[in-house]
Design a protein around this ligand. Structure first.
Ligand SMILES: [Mg+2]
Length: 256
C-alpha cells in the first residue's frame, strides 16, 4: 500500500490511517525523480546500473535475461520492483537499500536555487505543496534535501515497499491515498506534475489536473498525456499564475 509522512524534517510522523483535516485549499502534487531535478543529473543511469547489478548478482540472471525482464516488468507493472515482487518474491525493502538508497546522489544532485525560488514564489495560502512518488520515502527525502527544498513540502506520499502488494501511481488507490493524506476532498482541487506519461494519464483520468513535464530535447508524445504539457517547471508560473505570490486574480475577480 501507499503510505504518507508529514513534515520532512527529523520529526517526520507517519500518518497512515488518519490523514489531514480536509481543507478547501488546492494541493499541488510534485513527482520527485526526473521532475524536481533534470534528467541530465543522470540519476536514472546510476539507478539503472544498480538495478542491473541486482538482477545479475542477487537473482543470478544473465545480462540478456536482465535486459529482457527489466523491459517486461516495466511494461507490465510500470515499476520494476513490482515485477520482482510478483515473479521472484523479493523483499522490496532490501531491493530499495541495494538500488535507490545506494545511488551516489550526493555527487549527482546539488542545491537548486532556481527551483527553490520557484517554490518560494508559490503562495502557500493559495495552494499547498505535497510530494508524490513511486520511490520509497528514504529516497524521496534524500532527493529533496540535496536539492535544498525539503522545507517547502507539507508531506510525502510514497510507495510503501514494506507492504505487499505494492500500491503506486497510476493506480487509483494511490491517488486516493494521496488525497486522503494531503487532506483534500475534491479531485478538482488536485494539481499534479510528473515526467511520466502513464502517471499523468492516470491522474487525468482520475479527475486531477495533470501537467506532463517533457523536458526540452526529449521526444514529445504523439498525443498529450493530460491537460497540460510543459518543458520546464518554470512554466508553472504562467500555467497557474493564481498560485503565485503577488497575483490577486481571484480576489479582484470576486469583486466584479
Ligand atoms: Mg518521475
Amino acid at each position: 500500500m501507499a503510505i504518507t509522512e508529514v513534515n520532512l524534517g527529523s520529526q517526520a510522523v507517519p500518518c497512515r490511517s488518519q490523514g489531514r483535516l480536509a481543507s478547501n485549499i488546492p494541493v499541488l502534487f510534485f513527482d520527485v525523480d526526473d521532475c524536481l531535478y533534470p534528467q541530465s543529473a543522470r540519476v536514472r543511469e546510476a539507478s539503472s546500473d544498480l538495478i542491473n547489478r541486482y538482477f545479475e548478482n542477487h537473482l543470478g540472471l544473465s545480462k540478456e535475461d536482465t535486459i529482457r525482464l527489466r523491459e517486461e516488468y516495466y511494461k507490465n507493472f510500470g515499476l520494476i520492483v513490482e515485477g520482482l515482487v510478483y515473479n521472484h518474491k523479493i523483499d522490496p525493502l532490501q531491493y530499495n537499500s541495494m538500488v535507490d538508497d545506494s545511488i551516489a546522489l550526493d555527487s549527482l544532485i546539488k542545491p537548486d536555487p532556481k527551483l527553490r525560488q520557484l517554490l518560494q514564489d508559490i503562495d502557500k495560502s493559495k495552494v499547498r505543496l505535497w510530494l508524490f512518488t513511486n520511490a520509497y520515502v528514504t529516497h524521496a527525502r534524500r532527493v529533496v534535501r540535496l536539492l535544498g527544498v525539503d522545507d517547502f513540502f507539507e508531506g510525502v506520499t510514497y510507495c510503501d515497499y514494506a507492504r505487499v502488494p505494492l500500491v503506486c501511481k497510476p493506480q487509483a488507490k494511490m491517488f486516493e491515498e494521496a488525497m486522503r493524506a494531503a487532506g483534500v476532498e475534491s479531485n478538482t482541487d488536485c494539481y499534479f506534475v510528473d515526467d511520466s506519461f502513464t502517471n499523468c494519464r492516470g491522474a487525468h483520468e482520475f479527475g486531477w489536473t495533470a501537467v506532463h513535464l517533457v523536458e526540452e530535447g526529449l521526444p514529445t508524445p504523439p498525443s498529450q498525456a493530460s491537460q497540460h504539457q510543459i518543458q520546464s517547471l518554470e512554466e508553472l508560473r504562467t500555467l497557474f499564475p493564481h498560485f503565485f505570490k503577488g497575483n490577486n486574480e481571484f480576489l479582484s475577480t470576486s469583486h466584479l
